[in-house]
Design a protein. Structure first.
Length: 251
């Protein structure tokens, strides 16, 4: 089971914190779904299951360095974290337009490269599933264009590694109120057309709550899509974006 509180320092990049109810969830391996989160106690609707800090997070519109809305270009956080990255950041919208890779995904990848000296962060991110291998040619092109604009000290970053990361991000990313991020534990929640959980966010943190009674031993789920999509569209989107066909009771 996951402990009450797990804290890890990622090389000065970010403190990753997970708070869960006492011994309430565990990671299990399903023969076809891979790793999933399982409840080990009964949950009632509205009960908090876990609160988790992002492994990697970027704001939608605010400063990449400090995430504040009124920040100026001389932000000390930005200048420290993204020293030499201005040419790439200015080029990202063009790379997004040329390749079709969402701008937010490219920003997440850029933030990772700026902080990739952290071994725990590397291990946690690249342990997540990449369901977008069919789009590897597109991601490889985006990776090549990104690397061309990196500061000289980062241009040795492996193209294959960045290509993989660009597939991991859409497979595991969560939208938040102010941006988007990757969350190590929450990324393991399976899809459910009738989900039994939902999440709220504040800054770089998300909170998972039960929305129906969840008996012990039940897989925790979120709906990866718009819950009002018809059956055919749900199956099409799940196959294209996550590489599986849903066989839940609803489907």
């Amino acid at each position: 089971c996951i402990r009450d509180s797990i804290n890890a320092e990622y090389g000065g990049f970010m403190r990753h914190q997970i708070n869960v109810s006492s011994h309430c969830i565990k990671v299990s391996v399903h023969p076809t779904k891979g790793r999933v989160l399982i409840s080990t106690k009964d949950f009632q609707p509205g009960e908090i299951i876990l609160t988790e800090e992002a492994l990697l997070w970027v704001p939608d519109k605010f400063c990449l360095g400090c995430a504040k809305p009124l920040c100026r270009q001389n932000c000390s956080h930005f200048l420290t974290e993204f020293s030499g990255f201005s040419p790439l950041l200015q080029e990202l919208p063009k790379i997004s337009s040329k390749t079709g890779v969402p701008l937010g995904h490219l920003k997440l990848a850029t933030k990772f490269i700026a902080n990739c000296s952290s071994k725990p962060l590397n291990e946690d991110l690249f342990s997540l599933t990449n369901a977008r291998e069919r789009e590897s040619d597109v991601y490889a092109l985006a990776a090549e264009l990104v690397i061309e604009k990196l500061p000289p000290q980062h241009r040795s970053f492996p193209k294959s590694r960045l290509t993989e990361l660009l597939g991991i991000i859409p497979t595991n990313g969560h939208s938040t109120a102010d941006g988007a991020g990757i969350f190590r534990i929450s990324s393991l929640m399976e899809h459910g057309c009738f989900q039994n959980c939902n999440y709220t966010s504040k800054g770089t943190t998300i909170t998972i709550r039960a929305i129906e009674p969840i008996p012990s031993g039940t897989a925790l789920s979120l709906n990866y899509l718009n819950e009002y999509l018809p059956y055919e569209e749900r199956q099409k989107q799940l196959s294209l974006r996550y590489n599986f066909i849903c066989t839940c009771e609803y489907c």
